[in-house]
Design a protein around this ligand. Structure first.
Ligand code: ATP
Ligand code: MG
Length: 391
């Protein structure tokens, strides 16, 4: 019988490259984020930090898969391995390896990899030695061939001073850094395909996002806002324990004015309005940047010269994590992170874009065509920001 897996061994990536002080802080954040993620999904488990590896101890075997899923959705996690725990002794480990091999087919190649931590004399075996005898036991049991270069199944043993973890499965996590270690940014989220992915990317690097939807009045509409809020709800599931409630700013009057008065540079003035609104909310909530889902050349407003014109309205950095990404790749990611279905809900809206939008704008021309006091009024609109509670 295959023994029961009772622990998830979590590994992180870049956190490990930090100085010990920073690493300690980031590890603590990662542990509390793992606890929050498990808690938000009702998984009965405890998280501990041992030898710079978070361990998730599950209370019953039925929780192990859910615990692996939770770890694989936690930023900063590179890999999550469901493992059998046992005493770190040669005889026991060989038995555990052999019994874990019961699930393995004889035509699947395998390898055993052993790592040890702790004092030199902590174990009654050497790493290479256990790889050899453990491998022989598995081979005897299954008839499967050893392949050290590209095995179908890898049996991984991590031996500590008083405990060992044996695993064969591994789930990739998102990587990045623990959420909350890189401050906060306002993310402009339209609810389209791109912007939720952009917000997720920034979260992956440890930055909490304050998601902001700008209500475009008759050019947007209530189902537009509802769509944006549903994608934000998906994002919030990656950030339990953080305040990622949607914020909404009404800018219908400003958009109507732009549509009536501004021609070729209209979209640029709209983007400038949104960025100024984003900046104002960012200062209000203590965020240090504004995030957008723009990608170089994807739309007329997303050309290099036009970015220069839009960014001129803010002194905060504008993060564009999708700048170099192809649409097909962004769509695939939206499906993976679960925002795609909401992003593609049909919503009726008026077209704001002029028929011949400017792609190579000069700042002076955009400013000259802009209605008087537009940016000041954008700030006033942003002061009335509304917070949406998830039900
Ligand atoms: P998306 O798929 O994210 O809607 P897009 O390719 O359709 O992006 P635009 O409509 O030009 O591009 O918008 C560019 C960026 O501006 C968006 O990625 C988003 O960050 C922001 N944005 C656009 N509309 C809104 C809105 N109503 N509220 C908040 N942010 C918006
Ligand atoms: Mg859009």
């Amino acid at each position: 019988m295959v023994p029961e897996r009772d622990t998830v061994v979590v590994s992180y990536g870049e956190v490990g490259t930090k100085s010990s002080k920073v690493r300690g802080r980031m590890e603590r954040t990662l542990v509390s984020n793992l606890e929050a993620m498990l808690g938000s999904r009702g998984v009965d488990a405890e998280v501990e930090r041992q030898w710079s590896r978070p361990l998730i101890r599950v209370q019953g075997p039925e929780s192990i898969d859910a615990a692996v899923d939770a770890a694989a959705d936690t930023f900063g996690v590179v890999a999550a391995r469901p493992a059998v725990t046992c005493v770190p002794e040669r005889e026991t480990l060989v038995d555990v390896l052999a019994s874990m091999a019961d699930g393995q087919r004889s035509d699947e190649s395998f390898a055993v990899r052993v790592s040890r931590a702790g004092p030199k004399d902590a174990h009654d075996f050497g790493s290479r030695e256990l790889e050899r005898v453990g491998g022989a036991a598995i081979g005897e049991r299954t008839g499967a061939p050893v392949d050290l270069d590209s095995p179908d199944v890898t049996y991984r043993v991590e031996a500590r001073e008083d405990e060992a973890f044996v695993s064969t499965e591994v789930r990739d996590g998102p990587g990045g850094l623990p959420l909350g270690t890189q401050g906060a940014a306002v993310a402009l989220v339209s609810g389209g395909i791109d912007s939720p992915v952009a917000a997720w990317e920034v979260m992956k690097r440890g930055c909490v996002v304050v998601p902001l939807y700008v209500d475009l009045g008759e050019f947007g509409g209530p189902d537009h806002e509802a769509r944006a809020v549903s994608t934000m709800r998906r994002l919030a599931a990656f950030a339990p324990g953080f305040d990622v409630r949607p914020r909404v700013v009404s800018a219908g009057d400003l958009v109507a004015e732009l549509a009536a008065e501004v021609g070729a540079t209209r979209m640029l003035s709209l983007r400038r309005t949104m960025l100024r609104i984003g900046e104002t909310v960012a200062r209000d909530v203590g965020a240090h940047a504004v995030v957008t889902g723009e990608s170089l050349g994807q739309k007329s407003s997303q050309t290099g010269p036009n970015f220069a014109v839009t960014d001129a309205v803010t002194s905060l950095p504008v993060y564009r994590p999708l700048l170099t990404r192809d649409k097909s790749d962004i769509v695939a990611q939206a499906r993976r992170i679960g925002t795609y279905d909401d992003s593609t809900l049909p919503v009726g809206c008026e077209r704001v874009a002029p028929s011949r939008p400017e792609t190579n704008a000069a700042l002076a021309d955009v400013e000259a065509a802009e209605p008087e006091g537009l940016l000041r009024r954008a700030e006033e609109a942003a002061a009335d920001v509304r917070t949406v509670e998830f039900d």
